[in-house]
Design a binder for this molecule. Structure first.
Ligand code: HEC
Length: 148
């Protein structure tokens, strides 16, 4: 019977309890959403300013050979060298590599011979690739480096 004072008290108690738990789970949910937003924005601000959309080979105006060289570069070189910036990673950024007369770090002349030599034999903290890349792959890579 609902009019029974004991039942009424129990029903009221149950209602209060369930309202309280709805309030708690709503608060937890909001806290979760808030945490996710904070995480997203901090990730975006860490990555966002630096990461540019990867341009297509066509947008960069690459020939087929340069595009093949780009694949090799992205596999082997990009982890240490920015292609479209002079900013340092582990190694110097290679933007405009062949546009200058001398290489920025080593001061060697910026020509095919010297660059092939560096890529083949490495320097200080850079590994050599003479055992890794075939001569045609070296040629593709060099063609791509000329596009930077
Ligand atoms: C593990 C990191 C690493 C990798 C991978 C790497 N390099 Fe390097 N590279 C360096 C460092 C460090 C230097 C600077 C060496 C020095 O102090 O002379 C350098 C120097 C160079 C230079 C001379 C720059 C200058 O201004 O003298 C060229 C060109 C170059 N790298 C091209 C490449 C190419 C092309 C590849 C891929 C086949 C590659 N590197 C892979 C770390 C790396």
């Amino acid at each position: 019977m609902l009019t029974d004072p004991g039942t009424t008290r129990r029903v009221r108690g149950l209602r209060q309890q369930s309202e309280k738990s709805v309030a708690i789970s709503r608060a937890q949910c909001l806290r979760g959403v808030f945490a996710a937003l904070v995480a997203w924005f901090s990730l975006a601000s860490i990555l966002g300013c630096d990461v540019q959309r990867r341009k297509s080979d066509a947008e960069l105006g690459l020939t087929a050979q340069q595009a093949a060289g780009r694949r090799i570069y992205e596999d082997r070189c990009a982890r240490c060298h920015e292609p479209y910036s002079t900013k340092d990673k582990k190694g110097p950024g290679l933007e405009g590599l062949f546009k200058r007369q001398y290489l920025a770090v080593s001061g060697l002349p910026a020509n095919d011979e010297r660059v092939l030599d560096i890529v083949s034999h490495g320097r200080k903290d850079m590994p050599g690739y003479s055992q890794v890349l075939t001569p045609p792959q070296m040629a593709d890579l060099l063609a791509y480096l000329h596009s930077l």
